[in-house]
Design a protein around this ligand. Structure first.
Ligand SMILES: NC(=O)c1ccc[n+]([C@@H]2O[C@H](COP(=O)([O-])OP(=O)(O)OC[C@H]3O[C@@H](n4cnc5c(N)ncnc54)[C@H](OP(=O)(O)O)[C@@H]3O)[C@@H](O)[C@H]2O)c1
Length: 250
């Protein structure tokens, strides 16, 4: 989609690694001015360098409302409006029922649910009418995984935000869709699976369960996000687009 986003303003939260980084790069390559966020300054600097083009990094924790305000202040200083918002920052950890702490619950819901909610709500004054919002959910929104219930509940919530927000935003013709990656090769996934050989073994095992016969790459999720953000998806609204090699269809 070369130059398909020329002069568009795109915000990607959690844009310093994995799916967010690949998507920010794809938007920048397609001509957009891109803002990326992340909590770690070092990773942010590296991402800005790796993405190139018209890229701005704003450090911040999307679970913190003051940080979200700083993000949009930075956007406002350079641009009058946002064309595409990819609310992607998120993550999770394993904790089986019986070992779920209040802290685990709070951390996961704060980033994945509170963060997504206020990232979108606080963007509303800047989003142009007809803009596109894409939320990162997960295949876990509709399928179970041992010891991943809290994370999965947050992603079911994210998926349902899209269903409801298309009604709240209908007069402004703002489309809201969820992208639901399956097992995707990222730093976040490798950390979740314990890193090193343990992570490799888990990924090999999971690849065998996926009809496509492999796990996904972040660039493949990025292509789906660019589609949802584009004019080609002008009548696609409120869907959950699975990018999972067929994993949750069987
Ligand atoms: N990889 C998969 O298999 C998979 C599958 C389904 C869904 N997902 C979802 O896809 C999204 C991206 O995951 P990923 O696999 O690409 O993970 P990743 O490689 O760990 O990247 C996560 C990104 O989000 C940022 N981030 C995390 N928490 C944040 C917060 N509170 N505020 C601001 N930035 C934050 C991270 O930077 P900092 O750490 O510096 O903040 C990083 O840039 C997440 O929502 C995840 O749940 C991933």
């Amino acid at each position: 989609m070369t130059n398909g986003f020329n002069n568009k303003v795109v915000v990607v939260t959690g844009g310093t690694s994995g799916i967010g980084l690949a998507t920010a790069k794809a938007f920048a390559d397609a001509g957009a001015s891109v803002f990326v966020t992340g909590r770690r300054q070092e990773a942010l600097d590296a991402a800005v360098k790796a993405i190139g083009g018209r890229i701005t990094g704003v450090r911040g924790d999307m679970a913190n409302l003051a940080d979200i305000d700083r993000l949009y202040d930075a956007v406002q200083q350079q641009h009058a409006q946002i064309d595409v918002l990819f609310a992607n920052a998120g993550g999770g950890e394993f904790a089986p029922l019986g070992s779920i702490s209040e802290d685990h619950y709070q951390r996961t819901f704060d980033t994945n649910v509170k963060g997504v909610l206020f990232t979108v709500q606080k963007a509303l004054p800047l989003l142009r009418d007809g803009a596109s919002i894409i939320l990162t959910a997960s295949t876990t929104s509709i399928s179970g995984t041992p010891a991943l219930s809290v994370y999965s509940a947050t992603k079911a919530a994210v998926r349902n935000f899209a269903r409801n927000w298309i009604l709240d935003l209908k007069d402004r013709h703002i489309r809201v869709n969820a992208v639901s990656p399956g097992v995707t090769e990222t730093a976040g996934l490798n950390e979740l699976f314990g890193g090193g050989e343990q992570a490799e073994g888990t990924k090999d095992y999971l690849a065998g369960l996926i009809p496509a016969g492999r796990i996904g790459q972040p660039e493949e999720v990025a292509k789906a996000v660019l589609f949802l953000a584009s004019e080609e998806a002008s009548f696609v609204n409120g869907v959950e687009l699975f990018v999972d090699g067929g994993q949750v269809q069987i």
